[in-house]
Design a protein around this ligand. Structure first.
Ligand SMILES: [Zn+2]
Length: 310
């Protein structure tokens, strides 16, 4: 009998101990809840709680267990960082002079810069040109046409150029000279290309350049309404027959002089807006053009620093 009583006694102790543990556990759960409600808990515990919360966020667990409090804790920390980052990247440092199409520094941004632009993209050489520029750490705007964006291969080229960090500009769908056509047609030329660009790279263009630099009042207003910055250029030589040659083109672009097309003086000035095209000789000359401009004291302007209407 004594044995039985002993066994019962031991069992009771075990049961009691179990109840106590449950109570303790219950107590801890209550404490955790209280901690989450940020009551009067020791700071050390809160820190641990926060660290866990952050780890959970880092692991990106989709567990339903993560409480609203956890989400609030992570949400509270993020907005401040985002705001700071946005301010850093969006701040414009150059403004387009809409009379002569050069880029002027805002405040104390360096003056000796030139903007590189490549038009009629992506025909045959644009991707190679983008790779050359990327290897030289030289930014540029690529102005594209819709008729070069029909096949999957062409669309893929545009994506690649964009993913290398080059802004994509609107140069009309079919390279239409705008003053030759109706307002409806001008609208179609501009809007259908912006839509196509967005379909391919996920964002609308913020720069516009009219074919042959010919703008109409209607197109100007439309481009502005669409949130794009319209620009022509200050100089370019690769579309003149005497400069359809890599060596001659390099000389003309680097000095700014085109004596064979009645430009015996230099157009290379601070903020110059340089026009080039997706052409064989320009592709061949591109590296030397960038290096030559640098030797002459000019750095390539990052288009992301240009003040746009957006
Ligand atoms: Zn063009």
């Amino acid at each position: 009998m004594k044995k039985i009583w002993s066994i019962l006694f031991v069992l009771m102790i075990v049961l009691l101990a179990g109840c106590t543990n449950e109570e303790e556990n219950q107590g801890e759960t209550d404490q955790e809840e209280q901690e989450m409600e940020q009551t009067e808990e020791p700071e050390v515990d809160n820190t641990e709680e926060q660290e866990e919360t952050n780890n959970d966020a880092d692991d990106q667990t989709e567990s339903e267990d993560s409480t609203d409090e956890n989400k609030e804790a992570t949400d509270e920390e993020q907005p401040e960082q985002e705001v700071v980052q946005e301010e850093e990247t969006v701040e414009p440092q150059y403004e387009l002079n809409t009379t002569n199409w050069s880029l002027e520094p805002i405040g104390d941004a360096p003056e000796n810069v030139v903007l590189l632009t490549i038009d009629d993209v992506p025909d045959k050489y644009a991707l190679e040109m983008a790779k050359t520029l990327e290897s030289l750490d030289a930014p540029a705007i690529f102005f594209v046409n819709g008729h070069f964006l029909e096949t999957d291969e062409q669309k893929e080229m545009l994506k690649e150029i964009h993913e290398m960090g080059f802004p994509i500009g609107n140069h009309t769908y079919t390279h239409q000279k705008l003053d030759d056509v109706s307002e409806d047609k001008q609208k179609e030329e501009i809007l259908s290309l912006s839509e196509k660009i967005e379909e391919i790279i996920g964002e609308k263009p913020v720069f516009f350049r009219a074919p042959h630099g010919v703008n109409t009042d209607f197109a100007r207003q439309l481009v502005q309404d669409e949130g794009m910055l319209l620009m022509n250029w200050t100089y370019g030589y690769d579309y003149f027959t005497p400069y359809m040659d890599a060596e001659k083109l390099t000389e003309a672009m680097v000095t700014g002089e085109g004596p064979e097309v009645d430009v015996p003086y230099s157009l290379l000035k601070p903020g110059a807006n340089l026009l080039m095209h997706d052409r064989e000789w320009t592709n061949e000359a591109l590296e030397d053009i960038v290096k030559g401009l640098r030797e002459n004291g000019y750095e390539m302007l990052d288009p992301a620093l240009i003040k746009t209407t957006k």
